[in-house]
Write a protein that binds this ligand. Structure first.
Ligand code: SF4
Length: 198
């Protein structure tokens, strides 16, 4: 069985589903099976909501103050589990909650999920990946048409309801793309985190 919770660097992560609506060219899932304390993050079968809640309730979070939803898959593809797990993490474990997402959760769930997320998630990090629709589709290979605009709309809605919202890109993008991402960040008021690509 794959780990539902795992430690990586200074945080505990929740790997609640392997389902995803993208097929990113750089996805870590095509490079290795596990991350941090987890030998494998591939579930034989995606965990049920109860299994995720039990894992959180029985986990020793001593020394950690945040739970990050970021598994080998897109957490908003398991929205019911995500919402229930974040609620338990906050209310029973007194943890901050962060969602790392590709930003396509509204499309995946057929509605604006941001108000539901905002009740139980303290911080959202959205993968921007590219500065425009064409490049975005080339690298993320999303299931949906117009995915870049949908991701930007999701980020904008998150910013209206959640205090800590960031886009992230990696530092291997061409300089002109990084400059365009910075411009998008400035025009929308959504912070941009430039991560070192490992
Ligand atoms: S959105 Fe995340 S999990 Fe899905 S393919 Fe891209 S990098 Fe992998």
């Amino acid at each position: 069985m794959a780990d539902i919770l795992y430690k990586y660097k200074d945080s505990v992560y929740a790997n609640i589903t392997n389902k995803c609506n993208c097929s990113c060219t750089f996805c870590i899932r095509s490079l290795k099976d596990g991350v941090g304390s987890a030998d494998t993050l591939w579930h034989q079968q995606n965990p049920t909501t109860d299994e995720v809640l039990n894992a959180i309730r029985n986990y020793d979070f001593e020394g950690f103050d945040e739970l990050v939803f970021c598994g080998y898959g897109e957490p908003t593809c398991a929205l019911e589990t995500l919402l229930a797990a974040a609620k338990v993490a906050k209310e029973e474990k007194n943890l901050r909650t962060r969602l790392n997402t590709n930003g396509l959760g509204n499309e995946e769930n057929g509605r604006n999920i941001v108000p539901e997320i905002a009740k139980v998630i303290d911080a959202v990090s959205i993968s921007l990946n590219a500065p425009d629709s064409k490049k975005y589709s080339e690298v993320t290979r999303p299931k949906y048409d117009g995915a870049f605009d949908k991701m930007v709309d999701f980020a904008t809605k998150c910013k209206e309801e959640i205090k800590d919202v960031k886009w992230s890109i990696v530092d291997v993008l061409p300089e002109e793309d990084i400059a365009k991402c910075k411009a998008l960040s400035e025009s929308t008021g959504i912070k941009l985190r430039i991560r070192h690509f490992t």
